[in-house]
Design a protein around this ligand. Structure first.
Ligand SMILES: *[C@@H]1O[C@H](CO)[C@@H](O)[C@H](O)[C@H]1NC(C)=O
Ligand SMILES: *[C@@H]1O[C@H](CO)[C@@H](O)[C@H](O)[C@H]1NC(C)=O
Ligand SMILES: *[C@@H]1O[C@H](CO)[C@@H](O)[C@H](O)[C@H]1NC(C)=O
Ligand SMILES: *[C@@H]1O[C@H](CO)[C@@H](O)[C@H](O)[C@H]1NC(C)=O
Ligand SMILES: *[C@@H]1O[C@H](CO)[C@@H](O)[C@H](O)[C@H]1NC(C)=O
Ligand SMILES: *[C@@H]1O[C@H](CO)[C@@H](O)[C@H](O)[C@H]1NC(C)=O
Ligand SMILES: *[C@@H]1O[C@H](CO)[C@@H](O)[C@H](O)[C@H]1NC(C)=O
Ligand SMILES: *[C@@H]1O[C@H](CO)[C@@H](O)[C@H](O)[C@H]1NC(C)=O
Ligand SMILES: *[C@@H]1O[C@H](CO)[C@@H](O)[C@H](O)[C@H]1NC(C)=O
Ligand SMILES: *[C@@H]1O[C@H](CO)[C@@H](O)[C@H](O)[C@H]1NC(C)=O
Ligand SMILES: *[C@@H]1O[C@H](CO)[C@@H](O)[C@H](O)[C@H]1NC(C)=O
Length: 863
């Protein structure tokens, strides 16, 4: 009995005496719970069962063991987010609260001023909520506070100056809010502060010099604000400062020289400001692991001891006005991980400016004045994922060793002076997703190994001297969304495999020498938005399957030989005339195109086919007849043995020629004689090393340039007429935008001549010797002429079945068409006409023409 009484007394003394406080706390908690949003209440009811006396056992509530009073409320990181305000939380009910953690919820409204009554509060974390309004002035009374985290809210207003009262505060986080105004000068009173993060606000004004009094400050982050003024010298007094980030403010003026003495610094991020002057030298580089100075106006060279401590991993100084060379300490800095030096004026030989970096992941050197060749050492950077060296003066070839940088995902070598072939070793870089070699002088074929890059997303090889076909297996690059092969000398047909690139959005094959039709399979490029096939020699009609390309926004198919109806797509209907012009016969609903004949399409098509058949068949028949006649004639008159049978392919060529010119061989010969009045000087338009050129307007209205070959007593004969024929046939097959098209060749006892396409403006020499025309040929056009020339030479040297060397390119045989596009004439004539001439250094044209010694009457044609 007495023991039970004792027990009762004990019970009341321990548990009933503090009852006023603890029940007050429980009531306050329940009252707050009831103020929260309905769904939260439901969820919270599970954590806080409504049994008053037991609130210390509620989830997230901790009490003092001896007094039973609540010391901690931690409702963060539960599987749900609390929704509601703090307006109904009675802070006065928690006199012993030490820690309040409501991080990562969806609380909103203001932070109540009542928070100031939590006089014992040490830890306050309201981060990652939706609190708005300004920070209460009453925070200044939380004199025990050591940790304050209000980050990731929507707080506005200023940082209250009362914050200077928090003399025990060690960590102050208010980053990512909408705080404005300047940093209060009172911040200098926070003597215990070691971390200050105010980044991602709308702070203005200058960094207060009082910050120099924060002796223990190790982290100062003020990036992404609108802070102006200069970096106060006082910052460099912070002997413990380890991290300083001021990125993306409006800070101007020079970096204080004394900052070079801050050996405690490990991270220094000053990018995206308006800093001027030199990068200070000093022992600071002994401990720096991360130095970011990009996007300022810094001048002068990089400090020599940049990687003094050998611990620098991230270094950015891009987009400044830095000059000079790369310090040797950076070359030997094996710790480097990311480097950005693009957009400066660094001038040095790139081949020995950089070393071997086992950790290097990313390096950008674009837009500088580096010269020399790419070092094979880049291949020894096993973790390199990005190498950008665009817009420099790099020359030489791509080192094949680059193929060993197995993680390379981005290679940008555009706009340099690189030459040679694209190494097939690049095809081994399985991670490659962005490859740009645009605007160099690469020649040869596109290596089919590029098709092995199955992760390729962007490929830009534009504006080089590449020739040969588009590799068929490029279609294996199914992730490719942007393919630009324009402004090369690529020939052959567009491979139908291109349709396997399901992701393709942007396709530019313009300014090449592609032939054949547009593949039917284009219709499966459903992602296509931009298509440029202009300035090629594509023929036939646009496939019907184009009608499925609904995403197409921009199209340019001008300067081809396309015919027939344009697809029923907005991109075509709304295309400008310039995007469709200079084709063979496009029709449809678009600017300045003829409408297609609409009614009874089927019967009309039939009619057309008959017409076509007549058009093709009749002359073809005539040709064949004539051909066989002339062949018999040849046979009879030929003194030497030769194979009487024409190669079969020639028949097609002949057919083509006649459909183009509407003439047969004999008639053509006669018409030319007639049109030039037996080569009267009235029709003379020029003369070259091999002969005199006449303009012949044929009865059909077509204009041709006829080159009558000089006679010569030289007996250098074409001994093998079969070889001669095949040479001519090969020349007739040449199709290049920048090479004058040869139509045919006629050899006769009386006169031999070559028939060419007529080029409007005549030779470059003629244009240049006329003041008015020379003026019109402005620099842009002149550069274009040179490019065209290079393209033609590349094509003939690399793409042709047998390389053909011109041996006499001069302003005389570079002709200009109406658009001042260059056309080289006389390509291959040297080889045909002087086949055994081996003195490659001699200027062929100046020696004149040596007549082929055949008597036979021979005409070869093609279209
Ligand atoms: C919450 O519930 C109360 C009473 O059940 C109701 O009046 C109030 O509209 C509800 N609030 C919301 C936001 O659903
Ligand atoms: C309070 O009690 C809990 C459990 O009963 C124990 O884990 C904790 O260490 C105690 N704290 C103090 C300060 O005695
Ligand atoms: C925040 O809470 C959500 C659940 O509401 C959780 O999934 C997420 O991981 C939490 N985030 C952090 C940073 O704790
Ligand atoms: C401050 O709060 C943010 C957001 O909840 C959190 O990510 C961060 O870790 C906190 N800072 C520190 C130093 O605890
Ligand atoms: C700051 O502290 C002083 C003295 O400790 C006190 O008088 C003043 O009211 C406090 N300021 C604020 C805003 O709390
Ligand atoms: C920042 O402040 C300026 C002027 O004080 C104001 O115009 C701007 O809207 C603010 N921006 C944000 C994101 O709060
Ligand atoms: C730094 O503190 C000293 C006193 O310790 C004071 O005299 C000085 O004015 C303070 N400097 C700044 C910039 O607040
Ligand atoms: C850096 O420190 C050295 C040695 O303490 C001193 O002589 C020099 O003046 C300091 N440099 C700057 C720019 O403060
Ligand atoms: C680098 O920092 C460490 C501590 O972070 C310090 O002990 C050391 O002196 C610093 N090194 C230099 C060269 O200042
Ligand atoms: C290369 O990267 C891999 C994974 O990112 C990493 O495990 C490895 O340590 C790195 N190698 C070097 C030499 O840094
Ligand atoms: C031609 O195209 C325009 C623009 O797409 C359209 O407005 C117009 O109706 C079309 N006309 C015909 C005859 O289809």
């Amino acid at each position: 009995m007495s023991s039970s009484l004792f027990k009762l007394i004990f019970f009341t003394s321990v548990f009933l005496l503090p009852c006023p406080v603890t029940s007050m706390e429980a009531d306050a908690l329940l009252k707050w719970k009831l103020s929260l949003d309905n769904d939260t209440q439901t969820l919270l009811s599970r954590l806080w069962p409504p049994v008053k006396s037991n609130h210390c056992s509620w989830a997230g509530v901790t009490c003092d063991n001896t007094t039973g009073s609540v010391t901690g409320i931690a409702l963060n990181d539960y599987s749900f987010r609390l929704r509601g305000t703090l307006d109904d939380l009675d802070f006065l009910a928690f006199p012993n609260l030490i820690s309040l953690q409501l991080r990562n919820n969806s609380l909103y409204g203001r932070i109540p001023s009542g928070v100031g009554s939590l006089s014992k509060l040490v830890f306050l974390d309201l981060s990652d909520n939706n609190f708005h309004g300004s920070m209460p002035e009453e925070l200044g009374t939380l004199s025990s506070l050591q940790y304050l985290n209000f980050s990731w809210n929507s707080l506005t207003g200023r940082v209250p100056s009362s914050i200077g009262n928090l003399s025990n505060l060690e960590s102050l986080y208010i980053y990512i809010n909408h705080i404005s105004g300047s940093i209060p000068i009172e911040i200098g009173l926070l003597r215990s502060l070691s971390t200050l993060k105010l980044s991602g606000n709308n702070l203005t004004g200058v960094i207060p010099v009082s910050i120099g009094n924060l002796t223990y400050l190790s982290t100062l982050k003020l990036h992404n604000n609108g802070i102006s003024g200069s970096i106060p010298r006082e910052i460099t007094m912070l002997k413990s400062l380890n991290t300083l980030t001021l990125t993306n403010n409006s800070i101007s003026g020079p970096i204080p020289a004394s900052l070079g003495n801050m050996t405690s610094l490990s991270i220094l991020v000053l990018s995206e400001n308006s800093l001027t002057g030199l990068i200070p030298p000093g022992p600071v580089y002994g401990n720096l692991t991360n130095l970011q100075l990009s996007n300022n106006h810094l001048t002068g060279p990089l400090p020599e001891n940049l990687c003094l401590g050998g611990v620098l991993t991230r270094f950015g100084a891009g987009n400044n006005d830095l000059t000079g060379s790369i310090p040797s300490s950076l070359r030997d800095c094996r710790s480097l991980y990311r480097v950005r030096l693009e957009g400066n004026h660094f001038t040095c030989n790139i081949s020995d400016a950089f070393g071997v970096y086992p950790n290097l992941d990313y390096i950008a050197l674009s837009d500088n004045e580096f010269f020399g060749e790419l070092s094979p050492k880049w291949g020894q950077c096993p973790n390199l994922t990005s190498l950008r060296v665009s817009k420099n003066n790099i020359s030489g070839r791509i080192p094949v060793e680059l193929g060993r940088a197995a993680r390379l995902g981005e290679l940008d070598l555009s706009l340099n002076h690189l030459v040679g072939e694209i190494p097939k070793e690049l095809g081994g870089l399985a991670m490659m997703s962005r490859l740009s070699l645009r605007g160099n002088r690469f020649s040869g074929k596109i290596p089919p190994e590029i098709g092995l890059l199955s992760n390729l997303e962007q490929l830009n090889l534009a504006s080089n001297n590449l020739c040969g076909p588009i590799p068929d297996n490029l279609g294996n690059c199914s992730k490719l969304f942007s393919l630009n092969l324009s402004k090369n000398s690529l020939g052959w047909a567009i491979p139908s495999s291109i349709s396997h690139m399901n992701a393709l959005q942007n396709l530019d094959l313009s300014h090449n020498s592609l032939v054949g039709g547009i593949p039917q399979q284009f219709g499966s490029l459903h992602s296509l938005e931009i298509l440029n096939l202009s300035h090629n020699m594509l023929n036939g009609s646009i496939p019907k399957a184009f009608n499925d390309l609904h995403g197409l926004r921009f199209v340019n198919i001008s300067f081809n030989r396309l015919e027939g109806p344009i697809p029923d797509l907005r991109a075509f209907h709304e295309a400008s005339f310039n995007a469709l012009r200079n084709n063979k016969g496009l029709c449809g609903n678009a600017t300045r195109l003829m409408p297609c004949a609409l009614p009874s399409r089927a019967s009309h098509g039939h009619e057309r086919r008959i017409k076509l058949t007549i058009l093709v068949a009749v002359p073809l028949f005539a040709v064949l007849l004539l051909l066989s006649l002339s062949l018999t004639f040849c046979k009879k008159t030929q003194t030497r043995e030769s194979d009487p049978s024409y190669p079969e392919s020639n028949e097609d060529q002949i057919g083509d020629f006649f459909t183009v010119l509407g003439f047969n061989g004999r008639q053509l010969h006669d018409s030319i004689i007639e049109a030039t009045e037996d080569f009267s000087s009235d029709y003379r338009i020029g003369s070259g090393g091999y002969g005199t050129v006449y303009k012949a307007v044929l009865p059909t209205g077509q204009v041709a340039a006829v080159k009558k070959l000089h006679r010569s007593e030289d007996t250098m004969a074409i001994n093998n007429s079969k070889a001669f024929e095949s040479e001519i046939a090969a020349l007739l097959e040449i199709r290049h935008r920048n090479i004058v098209q040869m139509y045919g060749f006629c050899s006769h006892r009386k006169h031999s001549f070559l028939v060419y396409e007529f080029v409007e403006r005549g030779s470059l020499k003629m244009v240049l010797s006329n003041d008015e025309h020379a003026k019109e040929l402005d620099w842009e056009k002149r550069i274009n002429v040179v490019k065209g020339l290079a393209s033609a030479v590349c094509y003939m040297h690399h793409d042709h079945s047998q390389p053909v060397v011109h041996r006499d390119i001069s302003s005389n045989n570079v002709l200009l068409d109406f658009y001042y596009e260059a056309r080289v004439s006389d390509f291959g004539t040297a080889r045909i006409l002087r086949p055994d001439c081996t003195n490659w250094t001699s200027l062929v044209g100046t020696y004149g023409y040596i007549a082929p010694g055949i008597n036979s009457y021979l005409i070869l044609f093609s279209g």
